[in-house]
Ligand binder design. Structure first.
Ligand SMILES: [Zn+2]
Length: 72
């Protein structure tokens, strides 16, 4: 069971990874196949925009139920 402060509404990939124990590679695969999280494009100076995924509290709960933590 994952518990977070109720005041927290938005999570980055790193935070989700830390909370659920799912590695970022698997997290990205899962997010893509289950349509979780939303893509935000952060402008990077002098380069391609970085694609980042942000997750809501409910995305986190779904991920925590769907996926076991990674052991590899
Ligand atoms: Zn993994």
């Amino acid at each position: 069971m994952v518990t977070v402060k109720s005041s927290k509404k938005i999570f980055t990939e790193e935070e989700i990874s830390g909370l659920t124990g799912i590695c970022s590679d698997h997290l990205r695969d899962l997010a893509r196949s289950k349509h979780l999280g939303s893509i935000v494009r952060a402008a990077v100076q002098g380069g391609d925009p970085a694609e980042r995924r942000m997750f809501t509290n409910s995305d986190l709960m779904v991920l925590a139920v769907l996926a076991p933590r990674c052991h590899h």
